[in-house]
Design a protein around this ligand. Structure first.
Ligand code: ZN
Length: 154
């Protein structure tokens, strides 16, 4: 990454970790997934509400952890909200690729999440960045029941 991108990366992470978007809970009709990343101490409670068509109607999260985990969760909720189930699944895979392998041209649908590809250089941070996404993946699999996920062994 060049310096300009590096700075943008830092400012986006800081902005979202300080002022997370979609922070909170969904009281009714949502799947609740608890995820944690013991190697860093990150924790997330993700609430996902699926529409009648199976799409992601709404999602919110609470939790605590490092700046990367919080920023990734915040950005994830913004980008996945309103997506179809298939699109959400595609985004989970695309984001995982982004932070684990060399991706020359990251999909535009990831938006600012593309800045998180810098995480790839820090293998311990990949679990932080993936925490919210693993929780989302579990929520999609669970459909309409509560479940619990741990990102150990990403
Ligand atoms: Zn972390």
């Amino acid at each position: 990454m060049n310096t300009e991108l590096e700075e943008l990366y830092q400012s986006v992470i800081l902005d979202h970790s300080r002022r997370p978007r979609n922070k909170g809970e969904i009281a009714e009709g949502a799947v609740h997934v608890h995820g944690d990343n013991p190697s860093c101490g990150d924790e997330i409670h993700l609430h996902v509400k699926f529409g009648a068509d199976g799409g992601v109607e709404d999602l919110k999260f609470t939790g605590q952890g490092c700046a990367i985990s919080q920023a990734s969760a915040s950005l994830m909720t913004m980008k996945v909200k309103g997506r179809s189930r298939e699109e959400a699944e595609t985004m989970v895979r695309a984001f995982h690729d982004l932070v684990t392998i060399e991706v020359a041209d990251p999909p535009k649908m990831l938006g600012d999440l593309r800045l998180l590809q810098g995480v790839k250089k820090f293998p311990q941070r990949v679990k932080c960045a993936m925490l919210a996404w693993r929780a989302l993946e579990q929520a999609i699999e669970a459909g309409d029941k509560e479940s619990s996920v741990s990102t150990e062994g990403v």
